[in-house]
Design a binder for this molecule. Structure first.
Ligand code: ZN
Length: 206
């Protein structure tokens, strides 16, 4: 551990979300083995989740922390988990994060999907394209909505901008997959702009 990180950990200690062990967000002893969980979609081929909330309830709390109370070093945990998952991608894939609306991005200061996509790009040596898929409509928070309500809420929320065509083989990245409404809508836009094979990857299925 370098001096800066050592000082940071002294000033802002953090503890395992399950057992309380200091210096870990979610220690190896507490998290169950990664069992890749696959869901089929209509506009995309498949969505893969590393964990399900029902098997790993503490993850929900961690993802909430990551989203709303961002602390840089949670990213280290995601990096560890995404490496441990030993995901297999074909050689032509490009990671595309699910975008946030500009207003929400400004308020939060970062897009959690973009951070995950960057980590994946580093680990698996595949490019990521973070600026062409945009959220053009500020949608309502989807928590508590039914699938139908979510589909209506998210309809027409995304656009592909710029001269670049969408990559042929895309892996859409987000933190959580609930009903899949967001992924479906993103996939429709990507397909319209030239993507042929679209998969989704998320930390958790909840
Ligand atoms: Zn623990």
């Amino acid at each position: 551990m370098d001096v800066v990180n050592f000082l940071k950990d002294c000033l802002f200690p953090f503890f395992c979300v399950s057992c309380g062990r200091e210096g870990e967000w979610w220690c190896k002893d507490c998290r169950k083995e990664i069992k890749l969980f696959e869901v089929k979609g209509t506009s995309f081929q498949k969505a893969t989740a590393l964990f399900s909330y029902s098997d790993n309830p503490p993850l929900e709390k961690l993802i909430r922390e990551f989203k709303y109370n961002y602390v840089q070093n949670i990213s280290d945990l995601w990096k560890e988990i995404l490496s441990e998952a030993r995901l297999v991608f074909s050689s032509d894939i490009v990671f595309v994060p699910v975008p946030l609306h500009e207003k929400r991005l400004r308020a939060r200061g970062f897009n959690q999907a973009e951070i995950l996509s960057r980590i994946l790009s580093d680990i698996y040596h595949r490019p990521q394209i973070g600026n062409n898929l945009c959220r053009t409509k500020a949608t309502l928070q989807q928590a508590g909505m039914t699938r139908e309500e979510r589909l209506k809420n998210i309809l027409g929320a995304f656009a592909w901008v710029g001269d670049l065509k969408a990559p042929k083989h895309v892996v859409l990245v987000d933190d959580v997959f609930t009903t899949g409404a967001t992924m479906e809508e993103c996939a429709k836009v990507l397909r319209h702009h030239g993507a042929e094979h679209i998969e989704a990857l998320v930390l958790a299925h909840g």
